[in-house]
Design a protein around this ligand. Structure first.
Ligand SMILES: *[C@@H]1O[C@H](CO)[C@@H](O)[C@H](O)[C@H]1NC(C)=O
Ligand SMILES: *[C@@H]1O[C@H](CO)[C@@H](O)[C@H](O)[C@H]1NC(C)=O
Ligand SMILES: *[C@@H]1O[C@H](CO)[C@@H](O)[C@H](O)[C@H]1NC(C)=O
Ligand SMILES: [Ca+2]
Length: 493
């Protein structure tokens, strides 16, 4: 806003490079005007007159300072006149421009000279901020500035700013600060918020006051129609179906289905009818147009004579009837005039994708101009693009502590000793055939076996000599461990 203000300020100010605005006091505008030549009173007057301005006197009015240094050539400032020391114009200018009564401390006034009527010498009185000095002798310096004055017109009094715009009075002009939604020098023009085309994807923009409304094309949503409406495509029997979220008459519905590479759904068997009815039931509770309509309806009179002759009383009745799947009738057939407006359901054949986006050998099928892509994954893969290798070990298929290694649509179990089978489900009978010495008993303990020299004599140990493990004691691949006289075990590994 500040930047705009400054630009407008400069644009509406028509001061020449040699004239600059100083300040305003009591309806008078004070300016700094370049003088050529010595800073004499005559040159000061001439410079102001050349710019179409008056020249202020050293004093503000007749009462100020007892009438000295003021003449009727000069504008009178309505000063209260109680303090002649204060009612000098340069002091008043310093107060107005810098908020201090010391002209020599007010930078905008630097090098300005003022006319002093009744003063005996020819020089004007100057201000030097760099000095700092007041009443510099004007007849020894040249080409500095005159103090000039003209009536300050407050253009804002005419209320030039329209539509609630605020007016700022500035030198040689005014500035309108417009309310939101309005523009132009006088806030006379409504901003066309549609000009920047804020509505996307084929939407229509309607300009309003300080705003706009986007009316989205079908299947787009969002304040700026920036989002594609989420659609759910339903696969059934090698066809895709898409339930509309917008509504249209039957012909427009067909056009919209065609535009997305389909057509209004054709219901020819109980399977499709039941499938669609089930989907509608889970939806928004609306009736949908399907691709079914009458051709020529013929009317006839009740006496069976055809409609003929006088038909002027017949308004333009829609000549066709179309079929809805009716929400209030269990999604069965309902006939309506084709120009009534309803949701609709489009169908599309499944086609093979032009580009197979399915990974790991999945088959890619598409509908609705490939807006919908479906992957049939090879066994062992899943995910929208078959990108996931199913972890067949997830269900812990290996039993009795067997370890599982995931494969493609398969797994491999590595069984603990004593177990076998794809899932290690089989406990190997290590005692069949009996690997123990003749006549010894064999006990399978799962991962190992024990050989015990129990004899035929009801449990007496017959072997007087302790068994010594040899290579022959255990089956191949098992390690022998002695366990006292007449007993040892064989362990896998
Ligand atoms: C008159 O001038 C004096 C000195 O500048 C100031 O203090 C006073 O407020 C003024 N009075 C009026 C009525 O302007
Ligand atoms: C429908 O009526 C029009 C005009 O009477 C006729 O040209 C057209 O062939 C008819 N269509 C069918 C399918 O009967
Ligand atoms: C992909 O399609 C081919 C040909 O119809 C078929 O033989 C194959 O089994 C399909 N593969 C998958 C993963 O569905
Ligand atoms: Ca796997």
């Amino acid at each position: 806003m500040l930047a705009i203000l400054i630009i407008a300020f400069m644009a509406s100010t028509s001061l020449s490079a040699e004239v600059s605005y100083l300040t305003s006091i009591q309806g008078w505008g004070y300016y700094k005007v370049r003088v050529s030549g010595l800073m004499t009173q005559a040159n000061i007057q001439a410079a102001c007159v050349a710019e179409g301005m008056m020249f202020p006197c050293m004093r503000a009015n007749l009462d100020c300072g007892g009438g000295q240094q003021w003449t009727a050539d000069c504008p009178a400032l309505p000063d209260n006149g109680t303090d002649p020391g204060v009612c000098r114009v340069q002091v008043l200018m310093a107060e107005s421009a810098c908020g201090i009564p010391e002209p020599w401390m007010c930078p905008p006034l630097d090098d300005t000279f003022i006319y002093i009527p009744g003063y005996s010498a020819s020089e004007a009185c100057g201000i030097d901020v760099d000095g700092p000095t007041w009443c510099v002798d004007g007849d020894v310096v040249s080409d500095l500035y005159a103090t000039c004055v003209k009536e300050h017109v407050n253009e804002c009094l005419n209320s030039p700013c329209n539509n609630g715009g605020a007016c700022a009075d500035i030198p040689d002009g005014y500035l309108c600060i417009c309310q939101a939604g309005w523009t132009g020098q006088n806030c006379q023009t409504e901003v066309d918020e549609c000009a920047s085309n804020p509505c996307q994807n084929g939407a229509t923009c309607t300009d309003g006051l300080n705003g706009y409304i986007c009316t989205c094309a079908p299947s787009w949503i969002g304040d700026h129609c920036e989002n594609k409406q989420p659609v759910e495509d339903l696969l059934h029997d090698s066809k895709c179906y898409r339930l509309s979220s917008d509504s249209a008459n039957h012909a427009d519905a067909q056009t919209r289905c065609t535009a997305i590479g389909g057509r209004l759904a054709v219901v020819k068997d109980a399977g499709v009818q039941a499938f669609l009815a089930n989907e509608f039931r889970q939806g928004a509770g609306v009736s949908h147009w399907i691709g079914l309509k009458s051709t020529n309806i013929t009317f006839q009179h009740i006496d069976q004579s055809p409609l003929a002759g006088y038909t002027n009383w017949k308004p333009d009745e829609p000549a066709e009837l179309c079929v809805l799947m009716d929400k209030d009738g269990g999604y069965k057939w309902k006939v309506e005039f084709c120009d009534s407006v309803h949701n609709y359901v489009c169908e599309s054949d499944e086609t093979t994708c032009r580009l197979n986006v399915c990974q790991n050998g999945g088959n890619c099928t598409a509908c609705f101009n490939e807006d919908f892509v479906h992957c049939d994954c090879a066994p062992g893969f899943e995910g929208e693009r078959c990108e996931i290798d199913v972890d067949e070990c997830e269900s812990s298929p290996c039993q009795f502590g067997g370890t599982c290694k995931d494969g493609i649509d398969s797994y491999i179990c590595t069984c603990l000793p004593g177990y076998t089978g794809d899932e290690c489900q089989t406990d190997i009978d290590l005692c069949n055939p009996n690997p123990c010495p003749f006549g010894w008993a064999c006990v399978d303990t799962g991962p190992s076996l024990n050989c015990n020299a129990f004899g035929r004599d009801h449990g007496h140990v017959r072997a007087a000599v302790p068994h010594s493990c040899t290579k022959a004691s255990c089956p191949v691949g098992m390690t022998c461990t002695e366990a006292g006289p007449g007993s040892y075990s064989c362990t896998v590994g």
